[in-house]
Design a binder for this molecule. Structure first.
Ligand SMILES: Nc1ncnc2c1ncn2[C@@H]1O[C@H](COP(=O)(O)OP(=O)(O)OP(=O)(O)O)[C@@H](O)[C@H]1O
Ligand SMILES: [Mg+2]
Length: 386
């Protein structure tokens, strides 16, 4: 039962399962889960074999029901007859009118009765003191499942708030940054008049740092859109060699600057996969830039495209490699390896996270296939054949 109840983390689904299992285990006709709000109980959800509906949200005073009062006070399951329906309003009184026996099971979360489970039978036999052990067991498991669901909901809310914040911050930063980038490029190309020779280095640094900020902001935006589920991923046909070629062309200037060698091994025939060309190039771009950033010198990076039933692109470098303990973590959001040798490389730790998410949205997989510290790494992007 525990496994079944905790299989879901969606709070309302968990509550539904808690109820169904409790009704089953207690051989009851009806089960209601009430949350406790100050001096009241409020119907959260219920399961009734007679199919009674529309009780959700119904509020009732704990003090008006002796069985409920006793259970909440003692924090122990309490068995008894029917509730006092004449003190209830419709439709709750109607749905309880033919109930004969009840078991009132308080659920204690963090030292407080936060919810109560009420099981009822319309016919004999009554609930017996022997059943109390079963009820306590049901209560313990229900509390555990509800606690997990609640923690999960809280964690999700935090993630949502974080990605909303990222999205907003990135948007707000983009406008002033584009103004800065505009002036820097005007200084650089002489539109603003001649600049003294001693300004060339500072202007070049300004330009490079502005570009760094621009790429950071665009990563933040993509990450927050991925989390909000608003990034468009088109499902088209992509020729892997073409995508790899575009990505190679894009990093070529940087490779030349670093004195790195880019090599490619492509099959003769086209390799068609299903995916979004723009996103495939974006992933390869991230892999190639990592290969250049975390490289040895002189760095050599090889891009290999494989066709066949399992099409893939491999990006291999001969750089620093990734320690065994970090191989899964590098795909996490904002994760960067803490290592003095890498500290000079600017970055946010979003590249691989974004790339893996995009790959999986296209039905593919991004993996680190091999990595040896000091010898280099091989990343593979696999996509479904078109
Ligand atoms: N080819 C590689 N060789 C060695 N280490 C790598 C390689 N690729 C990634 N890493 C390590 O994994 C970490 C995470 O990479 P990721 O691309 O996600 O973020 P980043 O490069 O730090 O920042 P950015 O978001 O700008 O890409 C890097 O900080 C780096 O230490
Ligand atoms: Mg990176």
């Amino acid at each position: 039962m525990a496994a079944d109840i905790s299989a879901s983390l969606d709070p309302s689904e968990v509550i539904r399962r808690v109820l169904m299992r409790a009704v089953e285990a207690g051989k009851a006709d009806r089960g209601v889960l009430l949350r406790v709000e100050d001096a009241d109980t409020v119907v959260e959800d219920y399961h009734d074999s007679a199919g009674v509906r529309d009780l959700i949200g119904y509020r009732h005073r704990i003090a008006l029901q002796p069985l409920m009062r006793q259970a909440v006070r003692s924090r122990r399951p309490t068995i008894g007859g029917r509730y006092e329906v004449d003190r209830m309003e419709a439709p709750l009184n109607l749905s309880l009118a033919d109930v004969k026996h009840t078991a009132t099971i308080p659920l204690v979360l963090d030292g407080e009765v936060t919810a109560v489970l009420v099981l009822s039978r319309r016919q004999d036999p009554p609930f017996l003191p022997d059943d109390l052990v079963t009820f306590q067991l049901i209560a313990n498991q229900a509390v555990l499942a509800l606690r997990n669901a609640r923690l999960f909901a809280q964690a999700q809310a935090v993630t949502r708030a974080q990605s909303d914040f990222l999205n907003m911050a990135a948007h707000e930063l983009r406008t002033p940054l584009s103004v800065i980038a505009g002036y820097v490029s005007m200084m650089e190309d002489g539109t603003l008049g001649d600049v003294p020779g001693s300004w060339h280095l500072p202007i070049e640094t300004l330009r490079a740092k502005t570009a760094e900020l621009e790429s950071l902001i665009s990563e933040l935006l993509i990450a927050s859109r991925l989390e909000a589920g608003t990034i468009p991923v088109h499902h088209g046909v992509v020729e892997l060699r073409e995508a790899a070629f575009t990505a190679l062309e894009r990093v070529e200037p940087r490779a030349n600057l670093l004195g790195a060698r880019l090599r490619h091994r492509f099959p003769e025939e086209p390799v068609q996969v299903s995916g979004d060309a723009e996103q495939v190039v974006r992933i390869l771009d991230n892999l190639l830039n990592n290969a250049l950033s975390y490289g040895s010198s002189p760095q050599e990076v090889t891009v290999t495209v494989h066709g066949g039933p399992e099409p893939r692109v491999e990006v291999r470098d001969q750089g620093q490699g990734i320690p065994a303990g970090e191989r899964d973590r590098i795909f996490e959001r904002f994760y960067r390896i803490e290592d003095p040798a890498r500290r000079h490389v600017p970055g946010t730790g979003l590249g691989l996270y974004i790339s893996r998410e995009l790959a999986s949205r296209m039905g593919g997989r991004l993996t680190l296939d091999r990595s040896l510290p000091g010898k280099g790494s091989t990343f593979s992007l696999r996509l479904p054949p078109a």
